[in-house]
Write a protein that binds this ligand. Structure first.
Ligand code: T1G
Length: 691
């Protein structure tokens, strides 16, 4: 019978089956919680019922609390009150798990008396990814089942575990046959009844906690080992404290402590930022302005031109998902070197246990090397990753135009050149698209999909779908200098370079950005990438500090010197040589150096970036402000707990941003003349999220 729109109740002999069907992921919405509570109470009151199975239809068991309900008035039963109904049921409740039992979904399974899962199922507590902690007893119950150390890992990483591993650690009691979960769960429930198995409550178990008692070093060591990873994030430390409480406090006090710390996190801007990022990532995949039925083109074979760092990394993305790739290089020795590097990358990954050794050959078998572009004639998608020079790229596309089959997608990996100019070298500009990968291309998640004024809709849809296929976060952007990411980076570059001429040091600039939450500072990143990227050795003319450092052979980490000096372990120290170059250049430019405060560094860099983001949005180069956030979080390391430059600006309030820009413009010139979009939004009392 239907309990409500999303929950049904039926009886199979002495077993009640409570089925939830609330697409897309059976999130524990108000209706789901009300329906499950009603069904459990019906089963308890039904004398013919001896036990009950709680199961979901669709793609997964409950994937957590319904994040869309956060911040809205609480509707009973709350998740915790639903848990009390289940945990105190007078008849066994068996949670039948498939898909991903995550967050509140797993926490609900933890108050069931038994858990059965299909082998393909996964269980996890990923709340930390939302700037939260498991707020329905996960920090108190999980350690009681899997032990403190495993609980610390699982909850602070948010990583799911597969059903087999879950069974080994006692998180799951029984494995069902794949595709036979309902029947096996009913059979398991029947067996529990026949055997008169007890109503086990996780909250009453303490054997696993006892193993950790009197070992404070477990927590001290864990904090130390993860200090770098957790830096700046609030949720991980709150999680650790809750697990410590599980050890030190009686269950109900531990639950109260967990609730207190959960509420703190939920009210914090870090969680708002990370929930924003969760939805923004998914929004980015949705294309604005194209017909929903735009067809996707089949990509059975990919061609890559260039076997260097970028070309090799790009090729790996496709081989990793079983798509054959032909890699073309001009010279055999360069091709061989490129293929060797790819093989080396795979072997290293296999040695680290992150891929099966036999997959090295499987993936290398998908890569065909060639020194003839003619071998790309049968490819559905061809990506060029040759030298970042417009003439070189135009020449390549001219040849491709003659070789590629009709309908093939011709993609450029350029990071800032005008793709319309590249497309104009072909007779088929509608087939040209930008696929801007970030180095290392086989690792970095971000892929800027750059549409030109002519790119066909099918190619846009195909490219965005392909991004997901190869495990990237695709963001559709418009054509223009630097697209979205590099254009904002250029704004940051300009301010950082100007600041060090005016009196700041590179290390002061880097510290401000590091303390803001970036993994590394601006000049450290330049040294890492290499100062000579994009440097023209023939035409160099000491036009700026960076050129002068390059002319001195100071190309960054790879030459043990750039803005910093590096020892054999790549540990950096501020370089007096670089500082002297800066001071001399400033003097030559007639710039009187002065003391520059950290606050000025902070404001000039961050508000210049926000202003450039607003211009990008106003020009339609980005479809959404949140797309800009995703680009800078996934491609450039903007701290996730600050939500991205546009979210961060909204958090400051656009009136504050506008005021800052006007003050900065008065002091430092037109680079800070505010985007008209900001002025419009302020006048309308809106934020970037409304743009
Ligand atoms: N609530 C609401 N909507 C959700 C959702 C959730 N928990 N999870 C996913 N969706 C939507 C998502 O926005 C998208 O919507 C669609 O489902 C498909 O998602 C008390 C407080 C389950 C692994 O963090 O990790 O429980 O765009 O594109 O790639 O302690 O979704 O189609 O309109 O990601 O197959 C904890 C988050 C919540 C899990 C499926 N749970 N979700 O991945 O599909 S907090 C999570 C995921 C909590 C308790 C705490 C993934 C997935 P639309 P998708 P997918």
């Amino acid at each position: 019978m239907k309990v409500n729109d999303v929950v049904t109740y039926e009886v199979d002999g002495p077993i009640a089956v409570i089925t939830v069907n609330s697409p897309p992921v059976n999130a524990l919405s108000n209706a789901v919680r009300q329906g499950v509570a009603g069904a459990v109470q019906t089963a308890i009151g039904d004398n013919g019922v001896g036990a009950m199975v709680l199961i979901c239809e669709g793609r997964t068991f409950f994937a957590g609390a319904d994040i869309t309900e956060f911040g809205k008035p609480q509707v009973e039963p709350s998740l915790r009150n639903l848990q009390l109904i289940v945990e105190n049921a007078t008849k066994p409740v068996i949670a039948a798990i498939h898909g991903t039992a995550l967050g509140g979904g797993l926490e609900l399974a933890l108050v069931a008396h038994y858990r059965i899962a299909v082998p393909s199922a996964k269980c996890g507590l990923p709340e930390v990814n939302l700037g939260l902690l498991p707020g329905a007893g996960g920090t108190q119950r999980l350690p009681r089942i899997v032990g403190v150390e495993k609980a610390l890992d699982l909850i602070t990483s948010g990583a799911p575990v597969g059903a087999r591993a879950a069974k080994e650690m006692g998180l799951v009691d029984e494995l069902a046959a794949e595709g036979n979960l309902r029947a096996d769960a009913i059979g398991f429930a029947q067996r529990l009844l026949d055997e008169g198995r007890p109503l086990l409550k996780v909250r009453d178990r303490s054997e696993k906690l006892d193993e950790a008692r009197g070992k404070p070093e477990i927590f001290a060591d864990f904090r130390k080992a993860n200090a770098k990873k957790f830096r700046g994030f609030k949720a991980p430390e709150h999680i650790i404290r809750c697990i410590e409480a599980a050890l030190e406090k009686p269950f109900d006090e531990g639950m109260a402590y967990e609730r207190e710390l959960f509420n703190e996190l939920q009210a914090d801007s870090q969680s708002a930022a990370q929930r924003h990022v969760f939805f923004a990532e998914r929004q980015a995949a949705k294309i604005v302005g194209l017909a929903a039925d735009t067809p996707t083109l089949p990509i059975a074979k990919v061609g890559v031109i260039g076997a260097g760092t970028m070309g090799g990394g790009i090729a790996m993305n496709f081989a990793n998902v079983g798509i054959p790739v032909t890699i073309v290089e001009a010279k055999q020795e360069t091709l061989d070197r490129g293929l060797k590097i790819i093989r080396g990358n795979y072997e290293t990954t296999a040695k680290k246990g992150r891929m099966k050794p036999e997959d090295v050959e499987t993936r290398m078998g998908l890569l065909t090397g060639s020194v003839a572009m003619e071998d790309l004639a049968d490819c559905d998608l061809i990506i060029e990753a040759v030298f970042e020079n417009l003439d070189v790229k135009r020449e390549v596309f001219g040849k491709l135009d003659r070789i590629a089959r009709p309908g093939a997608i011709l993609a450029t990996n350029t990071s800032y050149l005008d793709i319309d100019d590249i497309a104009a070298a072909t007779s088929r500009p509608e087939s040209v698209v930008g696929l801007h990968f970030f180095s290392p291309a086989n690792v970095m998640k971000l892929l800027e999909v750059v549409r030109t004024k002519d790119t066909r809709p099918e190619i846009i849809v195909t490219a965005m779908k392909l991004a997901k296929t190869i495990g990237k976060i695709g963001v559709l952007v418009g054509n223009g200098f630097g697209f979205v990411g590099n254009r904002i980076l250029a704004a940051r570059n300009a301010q950082a370079d100007r600041l060090v001429l005016e009196g700041a040091t590179p290390w002061a600039v880097d510290k401000v950005l590091y303390d803001f939450g970036f993994a590394m500072g601006h000049f450290q990143m330049r040294d890492l990438v290499g100062l000579d990227v994009g440097w023209n050795r023939e035409a160099t003319s000491s036009a700026n500090v960076r050129e002068i450092l390059n002319e001195m052979g100071r190309h960054g980490q790879k030459t043990k010197g750039g803005y910093y000096d590096y020892d054999e372990n790549r540990r950096q120290t501020p370089s007096t040589v670089a500082m002297q170059v800066i001071e001399d250049f400033a003097a030559k430019q007639g710039i009187a150096r002065r003391a520059v405060s950290d606050e000025e560094i902070h404001d000039r860099i961050l508000f210049a970036m926000v202003n450039e983001g607003a211009r990008i949005l106003d020009e339609g180069i980005a479809s959404r402000a949140s797309d800009i956030d995703i680009v800078w979080i996934t491609g450039y390391g903007w701290p996730k707990y600050r939500g991205g430059p546009m979210f961060w600006a909204d958090l400051q309030g656009l009136p504050v941003v506008l005021e800052k820009l006007k003050a900065l413009e008065a002091a430092h010139g037109e680079a800070f003349s505010s985007s008209p979009l900001i002025e419009r939004l302020v006048a309308e009392g809106k934020g970037f999220k409304d743009a």
